[in-house]
Design a protein around this ligand. Structure first.
Ligand SMILES: CC(C)(COP(=O)(O)OP(=O)(O)OC[C@H]1O[C@@H](n2cnc3c(N)ncnc32)[C@H](O)[C@@H]1OP(=O)(O)O)[C@@H](O)C(=O)NCCC(=O)NCCS
Length: 186
């Protein structure tokens, strides 16, 4: 049995260790980290799974912008190696998406394996939505059904893109692995 709870600042070291174990220590060079470096995750959507006092799962969300509108970037999500198939991933994803919907969020994007995320209602993003530097086949989206607006399109931008003037192209900002790992929850 595991339990889900909101991420706390003190979870940071265990989360970093879990993400290093699952994705490797070079994970912060992934394209999706360009949207996270120096920007706080959305604390109300970040959850951890705990089992017998041990952190066995994590999910985090970051704010991004698409077509001038706010959106969510889901991830990273991970469960501990020895816990695969125990429903931790499903619980983290479904619970956090439910929270996001209740908080009024509309659009969720992620980079991941379509074969896994289809079960949660994610679909490949149309070509009109782009994350520069990422394999388009891995960019997924889901609408939470709280808005009837047309799907925003364009290049996915950092939440602070207007302030920074950046567009998340590989050259547009310096990768600072130190920032992405902070449990800088708001
Ligand atoms: C993907 C991940 C979060 C799933 O966590 P989990 O706790 O094992 O998930 P669940 O127990 O809820 O679901 C397991 C199911 O997902 C399937 N699954 C896991 N990874 C999959 C993948 N990449 N593609 C397709 N199916 C996948 C399993 O085969 C299993 O299927 P079943 O229910 O038919 O038996 C976990 O395996 C993990 O941390 N993987 C490495 C990191 C990663 O890839 N994260 C997601 C990308 S950001």
């Amino acid at each position: 049995m595991f339990l889900l709870r909101p991420e706390a600042p003190t979870d940071a070291p265990a989360i970093e260790a879990l993400l290093d174990e699952v994705f490797g220590v070079r994970r912060q060079h992934k394209t999706s980290y360009r949207y996270r470096v120096g920007i706080a995750p959305l604390r109300r959507l970040c959850l951890v799974a705990e089992k017998e006092g041990r952190l066995v799962g994590t999910i985090r969300y970051w704010p991004v912008r698409l077509g001038g509108e706010p959106a969510l970037l889901l991830g990273p999500v991970a469960s501990a190696r020895g816990e695969a198939g125990n429903g931790i991933g499903r619980a983290l994803i479904e619970t956090s998406l439910d929270r996001a919907a209740r908080l009024g969020h509309d659009l969720v994007l992620l980079v991941g394996d379509p074969a896994y995320y289809a079960r949660f209602g994610f679909a490949p993003a149309p070509p009109a939505i782009r994350m520069p530097g990422e394999d388009p086949a891995r960019l997924q989206y889901k609408r939470l059904g709280v808005a009837e607006r047309p799907l925003p399109t364009g290049i996915l931008r950092r939440a602070d893109a207007d302030r920074a003037g950046g567009d998340c192209s590989p050259d547009s900002f310096a990768l600072d692995p130190g920032c992405a790992g902070r449990s800088a929850v708001r």
